[in-house]
Design a protein around this ligand. Structure first.
Ligand SMILES: C[S@@+](CC[C@H](N)C(=O)[O-])C[C@H]1O[C@@H](n2cnc3c(N)ncnc32)[C@H](O)[C@@H]1O
Length: 217
């Protein structure tokens, strides 16, 4: 009985990381902002955002990535997240950027993205691909939204990586190796796909992975 309750609780917690809602979602997102911001910074470095780039972040959660991206480009950053709570929170936090026309937020899932074909120079996600049940669907959509020559960077904790908390072993998280994900990106149409890794700040056994691909010109 106790193990059923424990499993249900772990899955509930994991669900709050997948789609943060209410007070529990707020705690989840604060924990991510505290422990994970170095991964967001590293993913954005891998995007190599240039002034003039139009950028999309998928699953921005606490929203740090939106701010970092807006510091690197002088045009517009877009953010899409399917948690309405996260969209409201970021809209409040970054109202100046929104009023200045530098940031636009959308509530929705990546497989139903409301953006035109070929709209973005750079698209990235941090700790989001681990919730995609059919990643080819999402990856094809990302490919569609990129401009020719555009770049996508997908970050996630690698399969086999050590995790600090038990709930991270929940089946809510779908784990890939970098190479498995790279193969999916190639199948979705990306070229020059490469995998880069970073070991954890606190736990050397934790491996974060960015898989980087381009849309041919
Ligand atoms: C684990 S959090 C990551 C937040 C932030 N990127 C970070 O690394 O700290 C996942 C975020 O992505 C959003 N999300 C998950 N799957 C999504 C999807 N298919 N489409 C859009 N947003 C998604 C969730 O609502 C949540 O805000």
């Amino acid at each position: 009985m106790l193990s059923i309750i424990r499993t249900a609780f772990r899955n509930y917690l994991a669900g709050q990381f997948r789609k943060p809602r209410g007070i529990a979602g707020l705690f989840a997102i604060r924990a991510m902002a505290r422990h994970n911001s170095y991964v967001t910074r590293w993913t954005i470095e891998n995007c190599e955002i240039l002034p003039g780039d139009t950028v999309l972040e998928i699953g921005f959660g606490h929203g740090l990535g939106l701010l970092l991206s807006a510091e690197r480009t002088n045009t517009k950053v877009y953010g899409m997240d399917f948690s309405l709570d996260m969209v409201h929170r970021a809209a409040h936090r970054y109202k100046e950027l929104i009023h200045a026309g530098r940031l636009e937020l959308a509530c929705g899932a990546v497989d139903t993205a409301p953006f035109q074909e070929g709209m973005f120079h750079k698209i990235y996600s941090v700790n989001v691909a681990c919730f995609w049940k059919e990643p080819l669907v999402e990856l094809r959509e990302i490919y569609r939204m990129l401009k020719p020559g555009g770049k996508a960077v997908c970050n996630f904790s690698e399969k086999g990586s050590e995790h600090s908390y038990k709930f991270q072993q929940s089946p809510v998280f779908i784990r890939f190796t970098g190479e498995e994900f790279a193969m999916l990106m190639t199948r979705a149409g990306f070229t020059g796909v490469q995998v880069v890794r970073k070991t954890g700040k606190k736990h050397a056994g934790h491996v974060s992975c960015c898989v980087i691909g381009q849309k041919a010109r």
